[in-house]
Design a protein around this ligand. Structure first.
Ligand code: BES
Ligand code: MN
Ligand code: ZN
Length: 496
């Protein structure tokens, strides 16, 4: 979606559609008041008739309003005046985007920045508008036939401001890049496992490397991983006929500064292996690569924005299947770090591929390592689909990610990573077991990873609850791309 910022007043605004806020109890935003005055109280009459209650997300589309140059005016309910929440604002933007998309308008100018959204400033609202509108219009079509394109899709959003042009342009640019990164993440995630394989992901990474001069992609095949001693990762891919890949995308925006390394779980289909998952809902395990998709989305967003920072994306990618050579419960493998692992449950495969990717990350001398993984069903029980689970071996890093979550409204919530939990991973036959029993499943999964991250500052994001929606609206969310980009933006701002 393209954007522009305009200082043109409402009555003479030449956009295909102008968008103004109405609040509950018939209260009008400043632009709605102006509109009401020039149109001889057209807005008041609509409210009095009961056609617009101001509830967040309610819309009324008007044509040829007297006194207005734009052919269309969209009234959008934004909740209680001065008490619009972030969720209200998102509901308003979502409704706005959908209604305009289905009208004949191709561009629209939003006057919704007049809405007071908790403590958020105008830049936040412009950025959020770009993200939420793009998300509302995302539609998966790649594997459908007979998709008829819209005659006049909404492809350009304007923001009205009196005096803040440059800041809003910057904010919209950031929002647009984040939104594009989310679309990329969503699209990769929604693809089925028979298309989006480890080799497919590797090709996508190569394409990102070709698209941006600042990104260098390297791909390791199984022989090269064997050379490095990645016995844990390779034990997972042995259970599948699809060969594994280790993908590295190196974004260089800050010379030789130490990088932030993002490690994304790229399990393109998780059947569970010999510890086979139940049939119901197993299709959703195509989403077990959403962590890697968020790394792809984040790298492309920051490359688009030319951010002055170095970021390396590392994606271990494999299937987890019950082929004849698959891991068997009780098997013991040796990780790249030299630690032996007793595989008591082959369905706890995420940690098995991530541990070798984390060890591999040491070679980049990282300042920070963050892994992003659909790691445990237990995190969905604990936090639902609202918050991403966060665990870290460094509280300052955890605090930064909590803050980035609040700033971007792509929120995280921290769980403890105390040593007390580590004993659950004791094994009689190896250095460590790959599962820790039924208590605190998300924490013991992170405890497993923590054994491989002692050499650097590290955080783990468990996105099993936030990366996709189930049910009728089944589909990837593009999270946590906003969180990750925000974290990197905050880092850059702090260092300045
Ligand atoms: N990819 C799954 C986690 C998952 C499950 C994400 C359901 C979203 C929905 C992971 O590989 C897995 O299977 N984890 C097991 C771990 C258990 C065997 C200790 C789980 O959560 O059941
Ligand atoms: Mn699994
Ligand atoms: Zn998995």
């Amino acid at each position: 979606m393209q954007y522009f910022v305009t200082t043109e007043a409402l009555a003479t605004q030449k956009s295909d559609c102008i968008v103004v806020a109405i609040f509950e109890q018939g209260q009008l935003s400043p632009s709605a008041k102006t509109l009401n005055e020039v149109s001889n109280n057209a807005i008041s009459r609509i409210i009095d008739r009961g056609d617009m209650s101001g509830k967040a997300g309610q819309t009324v589309l008007l044509h040829d309003v007297a006194g207005i140059e734009a052919p269309r005016v969209l009234l959008v309910g934004c909740g209680k005046q001065d008490k619009t929440t972030e969720n209200d604002f998102n509901a308003a933007i979502t409704a706005m985007a959908k209604v305009i998309h289905e009208s004949g308008a191709r561009d629209a100018t939003s006057y919704l920045n007049e809405v007071t959204v908790t403590t958020r400033n105008d830049e936040w609202k412009a950025r959020q508008t770009m993200i939420t509108a793009t998300s509302a219009l995302y539609k998966y079509t790649q594997t459908k036939s007979n998709v008829s394109p819209l005659v006049s899709p909404l492809d350009k959003l304007g923001f009205y401001t009196q005096n803040n042009v440059q800041a809003l342009e910057k904010a919209a640019e950031t929002g647009s890049a984040i939104a594009k990164g989310m679309d990329l993440a969503r699209e990769l995630s929604n693809l089925p496992g028979n298309i989006c394989t480890p080799r497919y992901l590797a090709n996508q990474a190569v394409e990102i490397g070709q698209k941006f001069d600042s990104v260098t992609t390297t791909i390791l095949d199984e022989a090269e991983m064997a050379e490095l001693g990645m016995g844990s990762l390779l034990s997972v891919s042995r259970g599948s006929r699809e060969p594994a890949r280790l993908i590295t995308m190196n974004y260089q925006g800050a010379g030789d500064a130490r990088p932030v390394v993002l490690v994304g779980k790229g399990l393109t289909f998780d059947a569970g292996g010999i510890s086979l998952k139940p049939a119901a809902g197993m299709d959703e395990m195509k989403y077990d690569m959403c962590g890697s998709a968020s790394v792809f989305g984040t790298i492309s967003a920051i490359a688009e924005l030319n951010l002055p920072i170095n970021v390396i994306g590392v994606v271990p990618s494999s299937e987890n299947m019950p082929d004849g050579d698959a891991n068997k419960p009780g098997d013991i493998v040796t990780s790249m770090a030299g630690k032996t692992i007793e595989i008591l449950n082959t369905d706890a495969e995420g940690r098995l591929i991530l541990c070798d990717a984390l060890t591999y990350s040491e070679r980049f001398n990282p300042e920070i390592v963050i892994d992003i993984a659909t790691l445990t069903g237990a995190i969905i029980v604990a936090l639902g689909s609202q918050a991403t689970g966060l665990m870290a071996n460094d509280q300052a890093l955890a605090d930064d990610l909590l803050k980035a979550g609040n700033d971007s409204y792509d929120r995280t919530w921290q769980l403890p990573l105390w040593d007390d939990y580590q004993q659950q991973l004791d094994s009689n036959f190896a250095d460590i077991a790959n599962v820790g029993g039924k208590e605190a499943g998300s924490v013991t999964a992170a405890c497993f990873l923590a054994r491989f991250t002692e050499k650097f500052t590290w955080a783990h994001l468990d996105i099993a609850g936030t990366a996709w929606n189930s049910g009728k609206n089944k589909g990837a969310t593009g999270r946590p791309v906003p969180l990750l980009v925000q974290y990197l933006l905050n880092r850059i701002a702090e260092k300045k």
